[in-house]
Each structure stands twice: as structure tokens, then as C-alpha cells.
Design a protein around this ligand. Structure first.
Ligand code: MLC
Ligand code: AMP
Length: 502
């Protein structure tokens, strides 16, 4: 008998309930389970265990995605889901860093990936190529084995591979099932990208573990999703704050009767969640006024899954993220590494628990630096007020959160500095109503040269993923620096925030 270390009971039990809906197609748990086994078998070929071989995949939310993710887990590999919106120039780093040997891609992506995969000696296949009807025993895999690698931007260098084990993923799922009372009667739309924890764990994996039905969308398609909301299809909705902002902007573009129907659809749901970036109090209130839903805001990170959440039952507080989730230990620390016990004194959030990742792939130094005395140091600063955690900001100005994506200012600066007109550049995230933070390039231009926003934007295309391209350009004579010669990004940020408001 196969031992599943991430035991999705409804898959294992071949339930006849509907697991996935893709447009008009519906797939039962039994069907999905069989396909996963066929895929795992095909991946193994003559091997008995993939022994943590890194298998990348490049596909939107689909039956193929689920087949690949679970198939890799069951065959003993490490699943490396990649961002289908990545510029091909950025994929090279992910594939090389993870030493990927096989890439499973949707048909629509095969042509654009062929050359890159060939140059890196990576086997490019489709799900269909791998499926096998043969019947073999799948390996027994210990819970401590590595299962998944997600890339996350950091303050230095290129994105790092965050490795979680089968045990980590199980812990990340089960805490949410308990806290948010997932059940088999839940139906949820999934339109977030599937190379991040929000889409992978909070929605897809919790849904499949609980025996719920997950409706898969290739992208955030507001009219299609709204139609289902009006029809009362969904009872749970999870998104980043930017999505709630975009929904409100959409309401302003359609007639009032339609808005009312959509808002009634939201009103009838049991739960609306916001996370991955701060939910402004104004947005929390607007959503309540429009839909009657009190958003449940929670806090998480690629390295820990979810850590802190407002209560499902009980007061959900605007501007706060709530209390540590079941099984998650959370403590604030001051700059001298002393635990903070007083309320209203801010400090860095540090986390312990089975939900915490194992390591940054092939980067012992970064792993070591991110843990202190067994606590994972998140780099986020919070206070506790009346038992509720409130996020105050991040310890690094070089991390930008735009529409829920974590971006490295240094990575973007590195590309911009190769522009022939640019003498020096500082990239910062400036407060923005839609994106949370808008990537802003503050640039000093070489003597005698000129640069406008549109030409910079077109120059960036293809050199970085489109969501990283600066939304704004500010030209200065020289960047402000402190006595040590370091660019004073916090003052730049404040200056541009005030300019934006004037
Ligand atoms: C898209 N664009 C963005 C952007 N997303 N620009 C800045 N920031 C973003 N996040 C740009 C595109 O480049 C394009 O630019 C234009 O917007 C339209 O693109 P689109 O793809 O049609 O946009 P849309 O579908 O509206 O996408 C917005 C979005 C998406 C909010 C749906 O960004 C998204 O799915 N974000 C969620 C990311 C996520 O899941 N994060 C969780 C990380 S895990 P142009 O110029 O070409 O028109 C984590 C832990 C935790 O944080 O706690 O959960
Ligand atoms: P990522 O590395 O992409 O997983 O992003 C994790 C980061 O998103 C955290 O370290 C926080 O900075 C931020 N984040 C997630 N949820 C929230 C939230 N509710 N409020 C503020 N910041 C958040």
C-alpha cells in the first residue's frame, strides 16, 4: 500500500465528489487520483523512487497542474512550480539554481521553452507524454523528505528556492482547515498564480484536502468569476487586497443592478479572506459596506505558510492580522534578540512550528542567517495590541509588495543599471491604492542623455517579468545618500508618497 505523506483523504479514498472544475469540465477525486498515479508511475520509469529529483512545471491552474504536483510528490521528487508570467530570461536562474532535470509544460508553452531547456539539458515533456497505464508500487516516503521548492525574492542576489517537506506542507494545510473550518461543502474559485503559497496551499491544497470543489481559472477573469458569484456557486473567496480593489473598480464600470447582484453573491458566502499584503482599513470598510462581509485578514510568507490569522469565529479587526494559528509559535523580538513581552512595543515577528520550511536550496549561509535560536526571522515588524497582531512594516526597504507579489528592488535595479542612459538608480515601493506598493524607479541620467517613462517601459519588456516593470519614473540630478554613501531609500519613499498625495 502506498503511504501518502501529504494525505489528501478524498483523493486516497477515490471519492466520487467533484474535486476540480475547469470551464465546462468536472473532475471527480477518483479521476484525479487515478491520473496522479498514472503520472507518478510514468515519472518513475524504471526507478523505484525519484529521490528528490527536481521536476519543474510551467502551466496555469488546471487538471494537469494538480496531476503534476501530486504526481511528483507521490514519486518522491521535489515539485518546482514556476510562474507562467515569468520572462523567459528569468527562468534560467530558477532552473539552474534547482538543478532541474525535467520540465513539464502545457502545450501552449512548449515552443517558448524548447531552446532554454535544450541549452540546460532539461527534458521538456507534457503531462500526456508521461502518463503510464502500468501498475507499480509507488515509493514510501518519509514525512521529512523534501517535497516542494518555491522561489522567493530576497534582499540580496537572485530569488532563493524555499524548500518545504511533506510534513511542512501537511502542517500548513491542516492548521488552515481547522482555523477556517474548511469542509467538503466548500466551493472556491482559484485565480491566483500557482507558484506561490497563497494559491497552492491556502486555496488548492486546503480545498482538495477538505474534499471541497475548486474552480480553476487561468487568470483573474472578473466577468466570468462574477457570473458564478451571482449564481451563488462559491461560498469561500480568498484573494490579495489588489483583487478586492479591482473588484470595486469593476463595480464602478458596470450598472448598479449588476453590482447589487454580485454583492449579494459575496454576502451569501461563509468567508472572504484577504492576505499576502496589508489590507488597508479603508478597503476593509468599503468591502463591508458593499457586501456585508467582514474580511478575514491573515498573515503569511512563503517560508512559513500562514502564521497569524484573524478569528473565523470572533472579532475580525480592521488593520490587524489576528492571533497565531493552531500549531504556530509566534514571538516578537527586539533588535538585541530579546523577546518582547510588553504589548504595544514593536519587534520582528519570529516563527517556530512544523509549518516552517526546511532550507533555502543549496544556500546554507542564507538558511543559517534566517534562523536565530530555532526561530525563523521573518523580517516583518509587528506590535500586539489587545491580543491582536498588527503589521507595522518590513525591516528591509529593498522588498516591495506589489499586488501580492514580493519583488526585490535590487534585482530590478540590477537590470535598470544596464540601460545606457542610466547613471544611478534606486527602486522603491511607493504607497499605491491599487497595488499596495507601486514599483518606482528614481533615476539619475548620464550627462547629455534623456529618458521618458514610455521608452523605459518598452526597454524593460522581455528583460524582466511585466509585473516588475516600474509603474513610475522619477528623474533626479543625483540620488540622496547618507554619510556612508548609502542611498536613503526611506526618505525617498516618504518624499514620493507625499508627492503622490499632493
Ligand atoms: C499584474 N500587473 C502587475 C501585477 N500583476 N503589476 C504590478 N504588480 C502586480 N502584482 C501588471 C501586468 O504586468 C500588466 O501590465 C497589467 O498589470 C495587467 O496584467 P494582468 O495579468 O491582466 O493583471 P491582473 O490579472 O489584473 O493581475 C493582478 C493580480 C495579480 C492582482 C490578479 O497581480 C495577482 O494574481 N497577484 C497575486 C499574487 C500572489 O498570489 N501572491 C501571493 C504570494 S504568497 P502591462 O503594463 O503589461 O499592462 C504570499 C504569502 C501570503 O504572499 O501571505 O500569502
Ligand atoms: P512572500 O514572500 O511572497 O510569501 O510574501 C510574504 C510577505 O508578505 C510577508 O513577509 C509580509 O511582508 C507580507 N504579508 C503577507 N500577508 C500580509 C498581511 N496580511 N499584511 C501585511 N503584510 C503581509
Amino acid at each position: 500500500m502506498t503511504i501518502y505523506q501529504i494525505p489528501f483523504p478524498y483523493l486516497q479514498n477515490n471519492s466520487e465528489r467533484i474535486a476540480l472544475v475547469e470551464g465546462e469540465k468536472k473532475h471527480t477525486y477518483r479521476e484525479v487520483n487515478n491520473r496522479i498515479n498514472q503520472f507518478a508511475t510514468g515519472l518513475l520509469r524504471s526507478k523505484t523512487d525519484l529521490q528528490e529529483e527536481r521536476i519543474a512545471f510551467f502551466m496555469p491552474a488546471s487538471l494537469d497542474y494538480v496531476t503534476t504536483m501530486h504526481g511528483v510528490w507521490r514519486a518522491g521528487g521535489i515539485a518546482v512550480p514556476l510562474n507562467v508570467a515569468s520572462a523567459v530570461s528569468e527562468l534560467d536562474h530558477y532552473l539552474t539554481c534547482a538543478n532541474v532535470t525535467r520540465m513539464v509544460a502545457g502545450d501552449e508553452y512548449q515552443d517558448s521553452l524548447r531552446e532554454l531547456c535544450a541549452s540546460l539539458n532539461i527534458d521538456l515533456v507534457s503531462v500526456e507524454d508521461v502518463l503510464s497505464e502500468e501498475s507499480i508500487a509507488l515509493p514510501e516516503i518519509s514525512a521529512e523528505r523534501r517535497a516542494m521548492m518555491l522561489f522567493t525574492s530576497g534582499t540580496t542576489n537572485k530569488p532563493k528556492g524555499v524548500v518545504s517537506t511533506h510534513k511542512t506542507i501537511s502542517a500548513q494545510i491542516t492548521t488552515l482547515i481547522e482555523a477556517w473550518e474548511w469542509s467538503e461543502s466548500d466551493v472556491i474559485p482559484l485565480f491566483l498564480p500557482l507558484h506561490h503559497i497563497h494559491g497552492i496551499v491556502n486555496i488548492l491544497s486546503c480545498g482538495l484536502w477538505a474534499g471541497a470543489t475548486v474552480h480553476l481559472y487561468g487568470k483573474f477573469d472578473i466577468p466570468r468569476i462574477s457570473k458564478q458569484i451571482v449564481a451563488g456557486t462559491y461560498n469561500v473567496f480568498m484573494a490579495v487586497p489588489t483583487i478586492y480593489v479591482k473588484l470595486i473598480q469593476y463595480f464602478e464600470s458596470i450598472d448598479e443592478g449588476e453590482v447589487e447582484k454580485i454583492c449579494n453573491g459575496f454576502n451569501a458566502m461563509r468567508l472572504n479572506i484577504s492576505g499576502s499584503a496589508a489590507c488597508p482599513v479603508k478597503l476593509f470598510k468599503q468591502w463591508k459596506e458593499l457586501t456585508g462581509q467582514v474580511l478575514l485578514e491573515r498573515y503569511g510568507m512563503t517560508e512559513i505558510g500562514m502564521g497569524i490569522s484573524n478569528p473565523y469565529n470572533g472579532e475580525r479587526r480592521a488593520g490587524a492580522v489576528g492571533q497565531p494559528l493552531p500549531g504556530v509559535e509566534c514571538q516578537l523580538f527586539d533588535e538585541d534578540n530579546n523577546p518582547i513581552t510588553d504589548e504595544a512595543v514593536s519587534g520582528e515577528i519570529r516563527i517556530k512550528g512544523d509549518n516552517v520550511f526546511l532550507e533555502y536550496w543549496d544556500n546554507e549561509a542564507a538558511t543559517r542567517e534566517s534562523f536565530k535560536d530555532g526561530w525563523f526571522c521573518t523580517g516583518d515588524v509587528a506590535v500586539v495590541e489587545d491580543g491582536y497582531y498588527r503589521i507595522m512594516g518590513r525591516s528591509s526597504v529593498d522588498i516591495i509588495k506589489s499586488g501580492g507579489y514580493k519583488l526585490s528592488a535590487l534585482e530590478i535595479e540590477g537590470v535598470l543599471l544596464t540601460h545606457e542612459m542610466i547613471a544611478e538608480v534606486a527602486v522603491i515601493g511607493v504607497e499605491d491604492d491599487t497595488w499596495g506598493e507601486a514599483v518606482t524607479a528614481v533615476v539619475a541620467i548620464k550627462n547629455g542623455k534623456s529618458l521618458d517613462y514610455d521608452s523605459l517601459k518598452s526597454w524593460c519588456e522581455g528583460k524582466m517579468s511585466s509585473y516588475k516593470i516600474p509603474k513610475r519614473l522619477k528623474i533626479v540630478d543625483a540620488l540622496p545618500r547618507n554619510a556612508m554613501g548609502k542611498v536613503t531609500k526611506p526618505s525617498l519613499k516618504e518624499m514620493l508618497r507625499l508627492v503622490g498625495k499632493s
